[in-house]
Design a protein around this ligand. Structure first.
Ligand code: ADP
Length: 162
């Protein structure tokens, strides 16, 4: 059984992330979405809230497991016996950082491969950061987020403003 690990911050999960997860199931029998706390990114949602939203969006796909992980990604990948790390590549601008991460991870753990998947064009401009910016300015979120995730994002932004 082939297992892939899709790590990220998911603050919050967007249709871009979902697109990558769905595509990855063509290559892996099982995919673990591993949510990192990433406090240095000052996420809007805590890691438990982010895990809960990914679970909610993925609830109809039994091949998907959602978990949180701490520490070094490659340690987690080796411990869990997974076959590869999955990352999404939106544009050339993602490439340099992703390339660097993949090579560092390979140095740290020789047998851990990274697989890059490209999203559908309609999501190639989408990022959680942009979506939070749209939400802060009251823009419509329906094209980018699961309705419940959009509701939680709007609630969070409202509560921060008040
Ligand atoms: P990180 O902080 O690790 O970059 P993110 O949650 O921002 O976490 O992203 C997780 C992974 O998903 C990354 O590989 C990122 O490039 C990818 N990703 C995010 N949004 C999209 C999208 N719209 N299309 C394709 N890949 C995406």
């Amino acid at each position: 059984m082939k297992t892939g690990i899709y790590p990220g911050t998911f603050d919050p999960i967007t249709h871009g992330h979902t697109d990558i997860i769905t595509r990855s199931l063509r290559m892996f029998d099982r995919v673990v979405v591993a949510v990192a706390p990433n406090p240095s990114k000052h996420p809007l949602f805590n890691v438990t809230e982010r895990v809960e939203m990914v679970r909610l969006v993925m609830k109809d796909l039994p091949q998907i497991e959602v978990t949180q992980f701490e520490g070094l990604l490659v340690d987690y990948v080796e411990r869990s016996g997974a076959n590869a790390i999955i990352r999404g590549l939106r544009a050339i601008s993602d490439f340099e950082h992703e390339f660097q991460m993949a090579l560092i991870n390979r140095k740290l753990a020789k047998t851990v491969e990274t697989v890059f998947l490209m999203p559908s064009e309609e999501y190639s401009y989408l990022s959680s950061t942009i979506i939070k910016e749209v939400a802060r300015h009251g823009g419509a979120l329906t094209e980018f987020l699961h309705p419940e995730v959009a509701r939680r994002l709007n609630d969070r932004i409202r509560s921060l403003k008040s």
